[in-house]
Ligand binder design. Structure first.
Ligand code: UDX
Length: 406
């Protein structure tokens, strides 16, 4: 048995978005189960939303796993904005705070942990690749930097080679080339319309600044851990491995692919199990567009009409801010009454619990990377409706490369 003072101690900073917090919590648990001491840092805002979403929430989300013997400590820092600030409605301000202000708060927290005589010495910093500061902060405190990429290796490769895209005229000019991109190492050929949404835009935003800066910073990482599966992206992973210590460590899921004892949902979960139990095997379509992207009101209405006409049973996760947090009831008038006996419309659920239910026969998805990994695991076929960011590139993997969706 390794003594506590001999165990490696890592500070783990999760990106404050739902689709990043979930795989970060589960990587932290995996590392702790292999003998790491982890100090996990969430933002005040993520912590507040997570605990508000649970009945009987514990102030320390890791209490249960610590009781099971893992050494995961927990702390929170400000992201620079008040806890109650509506980050969904004011997305660019939120991103600007992450770009410009967050690092000062993290640095203060890291300094406190590293200099404390009451905790075991810290040897590394694990942080999401999208942060713009980790290699600098790690260097300042003499820590190894382990960068955690929670998306596909293909997406990492596109961002990593953004200068190549620029030089070749596929990105960064007003009339970008529309022919296929065939010069990125490890990427056989990709249509520009399958690049991430940011790489298809000619005007740059705060998100572009985050991508450009973080992909400079990641060049200073000692290791990159990617939540993908080597066999599913072999050429891209190998090409990246030729450039840097890049490891495909996925799929990162809760232990046993069952509902986690660590609370990670930002919205209260509705339980669909009893309702699903009444439905025949493979008869229910699960519909969800993840935690981050918005759907336009027109698209939402079209989807509602499609679901209505299809006559299939469905579970539809409609986040309270799915169109906008200032539009609370975007569904067409009469829709809920029309479909009430064959559908459940809920604000959020435990998705892995739903996907593992035998009544589920398909998933209409926005192609978030976690959703794709989870569906692959459960062998649920996908219908793809990408909305933003990496989702277009993920669609290409699902439909064109792996042929597990449409
Ligand atoms: C966005 C990106 O699109 C994604 O590719 C990136 O990796 C993270 O940011 P998001 O919209 O959050 O992702 O989607 P996704 O990656 O699918 O993650 C959503 C997570 O929330 C999944 O783990 C899913 O199981 C969970 N979820 C979703 C629930 O637990 N309940 C729900 O009702 C909906």
């Amino acid at each position: 048995m390794v003594e506590a003072d001999q165990k490696p101690h890592a500070i783990f900073v999760a990106y404050p978005l739902q689709g990043h917090v979930i795989p970060s919590v589960h990587l932290a648990i995996k590392l702790a189960s292999k003998g790491f001491i982890i100090t996990f840092i969430n933002t005040h805002s993520i912590h507040h939303q997570t605990t508000k979403a649970q009945a009987n929430a514990d102030q320390d989300i890791f209490t249960a796993v610590r009781q099971s013997g893992l050494d995961i400590r927990y702390t929170t820092v400000s992201d620079g904005l008040p806890v109650e600030f509506d980050r969904s409605l004011n997305h660019d301000q939120f991103m600007a705070a992450l770009l410009h202000v967050f690092s000062a708060h993290v640095e203060e927290a890291v300094a406190k942990i590293v200099r404390s005589s009451e905790v075991p010495p810290v040897s590394c910093l694990i942080a999401d690749t999208f942060f713009v500061w980790p290699s600098k902060v790690a260097k300042k405190f003499g820590l190894k930097y382990i960068s955690y990429w929670t998306e596909a290796a293909l997406v990492f490769s596109l961002y990593y080679h953004v200068d190549l895209l620029r030089v070749n005229g596929h990105f960064g000019c007003h009339d970008s080339r529309e022919d296929k991109i065939d010069y990125i190492p490890g990427v056989r050929s990709i249509d520009p319309k399958d690049m991430t949404s940011y790489l298809q835009e000619s005007d740059t935003s705060v998100c572009h600044q985050i991508i450009f800066t973080s992909f400079k910073d990641v060049r200073g990482a000692d290791f990159v851990l990617c939540n993908t599966i080597q066999e599913l992206e072999p050429e891209t992973v190998s090409a990246l491995q030729a450039k840097m210590p890049f490891y495909a460590v996925g799929p990162i899921f809760p232990t046993g692919f069952t509902k986690s004892t660590v609370a990670t949902s930002l919205w209260p979960e509705s339980d669909c199990t009893s309702w699903l139990n009444t439905k025949p095997h493979g008869s229910v379509l699960y519909v969800s567009f993840g935690s981050y992207a918005h759907v336009t009101k027109n698209d939402l209405i079209e989807i509602a009409h499609g679901l209505s006409l299809s006559k299939v049973n469905f579970v539809w996760v409609l986040r309270p801010d799915i169109v906008s947090s200032d539009d609370e009831d975007p569904l067409p008038v009469g829709f809920k009454e029309e479909i009430h006996d064959r559908a459940m419309i809920i604000p959020w659920c435990c998705q892995i619990q739903v996907l593992t239910h035998q009544a589920i026969g398909g998933f209409l998805t926005h192609c978030g990377w976690n959703s794709i990994l989870e569906s692959l695991w459960c062998e649920v076929p996908l219908m793809c409706f990408p909305l933003l960011t990496d989702q277009f590139t993920n669609r290409r993997l699902v439909v064109d490369d792996w042929k597990i969706g449409d």
